[in-house]
Design a protein around this ligand. Structure first.
Ligand SMILES: Nc1ncnc2c1ncn2[C@@H]1O[C@H](COP(=O)(O)OP(=O)(O)OP(=O)(O)O)[C@@H](O)[C@H]1O
Length: 278
């Protein structure tokens, strides 16, 4: 078996606060190959902080430790800020929930994509423009020339998220971390964006970490699922085997999924046991 793209071993992220330490991530371990891995869990379970630690975007005051945090043989904990910057965008991309907060509001979409490309590759501006337009086409933006000249506030949420995907994928990263990439979109646009992401990931053979609170979405979109609870992984299993989940928290999540055609009143309340977060 080839070496994994990403190895995370005993990752811990701790925030000092006035009332003591908050342990956001408490010993998370997993590997990622060229596959789609879902991380699912409720709000506050540590999904985003896991993704941010991999990206090198943990807030400065937090403490981050791991036995191993390695991307393609590179020790991410020892990487210099410059090495981290070079990896971000070029070899590792990240898509966040809401494009409104990720795109620069005072720069046109085309200029932002070109700047990303030129930060990592030596190209003339006209070559970069050509590549940017092609990438906008690849994320199914029908009129790329027009969208190129627009500002982020002039496009819809769904289009903004496609622009983010274009910007993150233009340098051909080997790994993509998508943190709730479709939560801010309505359901039909969600499906469009997911199918674009799915196609690009498959075509380019990338490793994908897909973070979401939506168990159904994650299991239909990913090959493997990690379930997090209170900063820890409580279960890891292939999406196809989700029905055989053993951990009571995962079983609880599954039981809470409403199904069309069955009448259930009321929906079960998720059980939480103190020992799960011990
Ligand atoms: N800057 C911070 N200072 C203190 N605690 C923080 C900080 N950022 C995050 N946390 C804590 O870390 C824990 C994990 O947060 P994280 O954002 O990873 O959760 P999440 O599972 O991604 O939830 P959500 O789906 O709501 O984003 C939470 O308990 C949160 O309160």
């Amino acid at each position: 078996m080839s070496a994994p793209l990403l190895t995370v071993d005993d990752l811990r992220v701790t925030f000092p606060t006035r009332t003591g330490e908050v342990q956001a991530v408490r010993g998370v371990s997993f590997t990622l190959g060229r596959e789609r891995l879902g991380i699912v869990g409720e709000s506050g379970s540590g999904k985003s902080q896991t993704g941010r630690a991999i990206m090198g975007l943990t807030p400065g005051h937090a403490k981050i430790t791991a036995s191993k945090l390695e991307f393609d043989g590179i020790d991410l904990l020892k990487a210099t800020p410059k090495q981290r910057r070079d990896l971000r965008g070029k070899r590792i991309g990240m898509i966040l929930q809401d494009p409104k907060y990720s795109l620069n509001p005072v720069m046109t979409i085309g200029k932002q994509i070109i700047e990303t490309l030129l930060a990592h590759e030596k190209l003339s501006r006209s070559e970069a423009r050509e590549r940017a337009l092609k990438m906008l086409e690849a994320v199914q933006i029908r009129d790329p020339e027009r969208v190129f000249g627009l500002y982020p506030n002039e496009v819809s949420g769904g289009m903004g998220q496609r622009v983010m995907i274009a910007m993150m994928l233009i340098c051909g990263p080997e790994m993509l971390i998508a943190d709730e990439p479709t939560s801010a979109l309505d359901v039909t646009v969600q499906l469009d964006v997911l199918s674009i992401l799915d196609k690009l990931v498959a075509e380019r053979g990338m490793g994908l970490v897909f973070i979401s609170h939506d168990l159904r979405l994650v299991s239909s979109f990913c090959d493997r699922v990690i379930v997090m609870y209170a900063g820890r992984i409580v279960e890891e299993l292939p999406s196809a085997d989700l029905a055989q989940a053993k951990h009571p928290y995962t079983q609880g999540l599954l039981n809470c999924l409403p199904t069309i055609g069955t009448d259930r009143h009321p929906l079960p309340v998720l059980e939480r046991k103190a020992e799960w977060s011990a």
